[in-house]
Write a protein that binds this ligand. Structure first.
Ligand SMILES: [Zn+2]
Length: 245
């Protein structure tokens, strides 16, 4: 069995003395793990970093074997992890950790793959925090829990929402939020349908944090419900953004 695919490099760890186990989020087959031999060139596996755009070949005699992987660096790279500012690097690591923790081996996730490439492109811009928040929303959607922020959870026809229901993931208008305000999540400004507020391009980190609190609530409840199983990099990201608004 063989897989050829473009992919995003996620992690590597030593496996025995001369091999590494690597994980790739591939375009054609989703998460793929395999062994890279280091014998012929000890530095070869170590060349790759989280977020690298690679061409992957995976081979195994049987489908359920941990296959052999050979990697090639793509000519077009979206980012270099080592050159990212500290907070953006933290977001990149969170992305890598969430993908690894939640994706199933060799299950294709084309929409999430495209969203992840888009996020990598945005890491080179000032818009990375907003892009990361949108990526988490796509991630939730791909995992089967999309937020529905187009209508009020109470079924009214208002178009302006200040809250998100922590139960349904739907928007809640100010009027229907009134009796439960304490229990609702704040809708970040960047997700509100605002006709009366001029759209601003400046990134308000506090607003991004509000958004990550919404996605974080559903990540914890839907995808990482066991105790404290949310990846540490995701937890760290929120703490760090809080400290450096
Ligand atoms: Zn309403």
């Amino acid at each position: 069995m063989e897989i050829y695919s473009d992919g995003i490099f996620l992690t590597r760890r030593l496996f025995g003395e001369s091999q590494q186990i690597v994980r790739i989020f591939s375009q054609n087959s989703g998460l793929v793990s395999g062994v890279v031999r280091l014998t012929s060139n000890p530095k070869r596996g170590a060349l790759y970093q989280l977020g690298d755009h690679v061409r992957m070949q995976w081979r195994a005699r049987l489908e359920d074997h941990l296959g052999q992987v050979t990697l090639e660096r793509q000519a077009n790279q979206y980012i270099s992890a080592l050159e990212l500012p500290a907070l953006a690097l933290q977001a990149l690591m969170s992305m890598g950790a969430l993908l690894q923790a939640a994706l199933s081996e060799r299950v294709r996730e084309p929409v999430l793959y495209q969203a992840s490439i888009l996020l990598l492109e945005q890491f080179a811009t000032k818009n990375w925090a907003r892009a990361y928040l949108e990526w988490e929303r796509k991630f939730l959607e791909a995992m089967g829990f999309g937020l529905d922020l187009a209508q009020c959870a109470a079924g009214c026809d208002r178009r302006r929402f200040d809250y998100v229901s922590p139960k349904s993931g739907k928007a809640v208008c100010a009027r229907h939020a009134e009796p439960y305000r304490e229990r609702l999540l704040s809708m970040p400004l960047c997700w509100r349908e605002v006709d009366d507020v001029p759209h601003s391009n400046t990134v308000d980190m506090a607003d991004i944090v509000a958004g990550l609190q919404v996605t974080g609530h559903f990540l914890a409840r839907e995808i990482f419900p066991e105790g404290n199983s949310m990846p540490e990099f995701r937890q760290n990201l929120l703490e760090k953004l809080h400290r450096n608004p």
